[in-house]
Design a binder for this molecule. Structure first.
Ligand code: PNS
Length: 159
């Protein structure tokens, strides 16, 4: 049976920290789905389709190994997507204890809802301070975000 995992998130925009986790996770599963999900708790910068496109370009340019599907989900629960595609695992990057506190309730609820397990992965510490919200703020105030994002995102934000 194919081992399929999902890396869900807002990816608004995708950062080097996300890409690092996606690359590591891709090596562990037969198929990895990077799933862009609208988070109603956050004010969006990029349209969902643009986020998907930037993730696809970033994965291609980084030449990440493995089978990686990039798509979005806007109807219902995240675990409904997992059930639809036959994924039994969610992968989340953990930068700090703050992330553990944020992710733990979601992981337990997702397991309660559909038996989907969550695996926490530690990114390269070089990216531990990088977040999409920080990138959005620095970019909107005219700062240089090139150390934090893949080149495709940097080029897009320059426009
Ligand atoms: O990158 P983010 O914004 O931290 O990602 C959070 C996200 C989108 C993964 C989370 O909000 C989510 O899982 N949303 C889907 C709705 C859902 O299934 N909620 C119930 C279980 S947590």
């Amino acid at each position: 049976m194919k081992r399929i995992a999902v890396v869900p998130g807002s990816f608004d925009p995708v950062t080097l920290g996300h890409l690092d986790v996606v690359g590591r996770a891709a090596g562990l599963f037969d198929e990895l789905h990077v799933l862009v999900v609208h988070n109603p708790g956050k004010t969006a910068l990029l349209p969902i389709a643009q986020r998907v496109s930037l993730i696809e370009q970033s994965i291609a340019e980084a030449q990440l190994p493995g089978t990686i599907v990039v798509t979005s989900w806007s109807v219902g629960l995240l675990v409904d997507y997992c059930t639809d595609v036959g994924a039994s695992v969610l992968v989340k990057g953990i930068r700090s204890q703050v992330d553990v506190a944020y992710e733990t309730p979601m992981a337990i609820v997702n397991r309660d809802l559909a038996g989907v397990e969550t695996i926490f992965m530690l990114p390269n510490p070089a990216h531990a301070h990088v977040s999409s919200s920080l990138v959005r703020q620095v970019a909107s105030l005219g700062g240089d975000v090139s150390p934090y994002v893949p080149s495709a995102v940097y080029r897009y934000l320059q426009k």
